[in-house]
Design a protein around this ligand. Structure first.
Ligand code: SF4
Length: 477
């Protein structure tokens, strides 16, 4: 997909002016947090679950190479293959190569954020393969030619009417009733059933990889992942190296926090563990089983200040609780990962120069950190990224000049007091002339939708002196 994170501000303006998008986002912003809140009320030990998941994940990341080696050994013992992809292009080349070697022409796919990250569909189609997404949301956006707008609900930005219209355009099925969700889902199921039965290879993501058993855990609510992995001759798992957990018990611990945080469920509808190709005694399953592990910048995070980002289990809770995401939706973020986790991860994976605006897409309300089951300090990471942008000279000159002016004021108290004394009448005057305020450089955007309130008739320092008899707070202390 085209990377437009550098144009976040323009993208956000377009989303805010999209009259069709705003009601959908408003409904979702109420619905998903309410589902999570409902299950949390029934889970008094959720904090203990979180603590365990965080400790376990930190331990795994500290010993990642050892657990990767264990996982690879177990998969190989069962007749599967593990491949390592350093970059997005490597992953696409490896998957295309596996499909070609197996003589595959038709590929079905379950939802995979790693597949989105590497633009896997584009690569497979360029190699002459036919690829069909089978998660309903992913299928809808594939038909619409759009990227996902949410990491667990990719077509969240589309209304029922828009999907019905899309299906009328894409499926030649004559007159039928698509006015209700049931009719739309029935049609998608019938189209996809033919694709499942005809597919040569199936690609899925993974929610975690279990080192002790060499198993891949996949969590879905539609069951499409299981059809992708068991019906075709070849099953290919594409996932990131950070998905490792040491034991099956740890996979269960992650599953408990994932389902509750993502969709407010105690458990998902389908949870499956895949541990290799079909064995001699198995009634079904693929002839070939491949796991392709993507690095693509993840290893570089292991030893640094952003390591906690590798704990992310892609539950989407931070998106659902973010006031910025709620207003601009996922496409405004310009790449695969939206919301608070995307505002951190996108600059780290694609370069801060490609996504400098994203760390500013934050009101510092802290709701994302409260909701994150893996206790990732997202607001702190966003502040660190802003700091990095300043150190790397990526902030605009006007911004730097403003920060330098503020620093100078704060370093010289006499200057601060003089400017504050002058500023109060000036702000009072500007509050009575909003048209003039809207013409001032740097303030026009802010003033376009707001009125400047008139300041009090005394400054904070003046008030302090009057009440406490001291010239400034430091003197009193
Ligand atoms: S950052 Fe936390 S809340 Fe957001 S998707 Fe990742 S695990 Fe979920």
């Amino acid at each position: 997909m085209r990377h437009t994170s550098a144009q976040f501000v323009a993208n956000a303006h377009a989303a805010l002016n999209d009259a069709g998008l705003q009601p959908v986002l408003n409904a979702v912003a109420l619905f998903l947090p309410a589902m999570r809140a409902g299950v949390m009320a029934q889970t008094p030990d959720f904090e203990a679950m979180r603590d365990y998941a965080v400790r376990m994940k930190d331990h795994t990341l500290e010993h990642l190479d050892s657990y990767l080696a264990d996982f690879e050994a177990r998969v190989s013992e069962r007749g599967g293959h593990v491949h390592h992809a350093a970059t997005a292009a490597d992953l696409n080349r490896i998957v295309t190569g596996i499909c070609r070697a197996a003589g595959a022409r038709r590929v079905i796919k379950g939802k995979s954020m790693v597949g989105e990250e590497t633009a896997l569909n584009d690569a497979l189609e360029a190699a002459g393969l036919e690829v069909v997404e089978t998660d309903l949301g992913e299928y809808i956006i594939q038909q619409a030619g759009e990227p996902p707008s949410h990491i667990i609900a990719p077509a969240l930005h589309k209304s029922k009417e828009q999907v019905a219209q899309l299906f009328r355009e894409r499926h030649e099925r004559g007159e039928r009733d698509l006015s209700q969700v049931q009719g739309i889902v029935r049609e998608a199921r019938s189209v996809l059933r033919e694709r499942f039965l005809a597919a040569d290879a199936g690609i899925t993501g993974a929610n975690c990889l279990v080192a002790e058993t060499g198993s891949v855990m996949l969590v879905t609510n539609e069951g499409n992942g299981d059809l992708c992995s068991t019906l075709p001759r070849v099953h290919i798992v594409v996932t990131g190296i950070e998905k490792l957990v040491p034991t099956l018990e740890d996979a269960g611990a992650l599953h408990r926090v994932l389902c509750r945080s993502a969709t407010g469920q105690v458990t998902s509808v389908y949870t499956t563990l895949y541990s290799g190709p079909r064995g001699a005694e198995d009634p079904d399953g693929p002839d070939e089983f491949h796991v392709v592990l993507l690095d693509n910048g993840r290893r570089a995070l292991l030893g640094g200040k952003y390591r906690s980002m590798l704990r992310c289990i892609r539950c989407g809770a931070c998106l659902n609780h973010c006031p910025i995401y709620r207003h601009v939706g996922g496409h405004a973020y310009g790449w695969v990962y939206p919301g608070p986790m995307g505002s951190v991860l996108t600059p780290l994976l694609t370069g801060l120069d490609q996504a400098r605006e994203l760390p500013n897409a934050c009101t510092a309300c802290g709701r994302c950190e409260e909701a994150c089951p893996m206790r990732i300090p997202l607001p702190e990471h966003l502040r660190q990224l802003r700091d990095d942008a300043a150190v790397q000279g990526l902030t605009p000159p006007a911004w730097r000049a403003g920060v330098t002016a503020m620093m100078t004021l704060f370093r010289f108290p006499a200057l601060y007091r003089a400017v504050a004394a002058l500023g109060r009448p000036l702000l009072g005057w500007l509050s009575r002339h909003p048209a003039l305020l809207a013409k001032l450089p740097l303030l026009s955007g802010w003033a376009a939708g707001r009125r400047l309130p008139a300041p009090q008739d005394h400054t904070f320092l003046g008030h302090w002196q009057k009440v406490h008899g001291a010239r400034d707070p430091e003197q009193r202390l």
